[in-house]
Design a binder for this molecule. Structure first.
Ligand SMILES: Cc1cc2nc3c(=O)[nH]c(=O)nc-3n(C[C@H](O)[C@H](O)[C@H](O)COP(=O)(O)O)c2cc1C
Length: 148
């Protein structure tokens, strides 16, 4: 079973709600799970040989919410190669905006660039189609947890 850190980026709380639904699903599968609402680089580095689940919305014009922006930039500026990290990304957005799910896509691209291993596909959740994101995310989390 895996040690999983959930790293949340949210403005209005949707991504946090998704994370709070994901936590017990993963725990029931036997994983050890910790949720970080204001994640730091030190939090992230504690999972270097384990698993990170990034759950972030997009704000502005394809930008990161403040809760996760610092973490993204710290990883980009201070870390390099992360080959022993496995990860997943749930990106919340709205297709009526130009940069659909931009923050989640950008985080995924950075981790790919740094050699981390993604488990499963990138999940993009469109708020204009899914007013209750957990309806889409919880089944995905269950399948993702089974891959670990
Ligand atoms: C001011 C504002 C800007 C947004 N910008 C984007 C965007 O650039 N791309 C996108 O896909 N969604 C965008 N969204 C949609 C949010 O990402 C979406 O509503 C999401 O579910 C919010 O989740 P949160 O409550 O965790 O922040 C924006 C929403 C607001 C209110």
């Amino acid at each position: 079973m895996a040690k999983i850190g959930i790293f949340v980026g949210t403005v209005y709380g949707n991504a946090l709600l998704v994370a709070e639904e994901a936590e017990p699903i993963l725990q029931q599968q036997g994983h050890s799970v910790t949720l970080f609402e204001d994640p730091t680089l030190a939090d992230w580095q504690a999972y270097a040989n384990d698993v990170a689940l990034i759950i972030t919305s997009t704000t502005g014009q394809g930008d990161f919410p403040d809760t996760i922006s610092g973490l993204y930039h710290a990883i980009k500026d201070q870390l390099g190669y992360q080959p022993t990290l496995r990860y997943g990304v749930i990106a919340l957005g709205d297709s009526s905006y130009d940069h659909f799910c931009g923050a989640g896509k950008t985080f995924d691209a950075l981790l790919q660039e740094q050699g981390a291993q993604r488990a499963g596909g990138l999940l993009l959740v469109d708020a204009s189609e899914n007013p209750e994101p957990e309806v889409v995310t919880s089944p995905w989390v269950e399948a993702w947890g089974a891959l670990l």
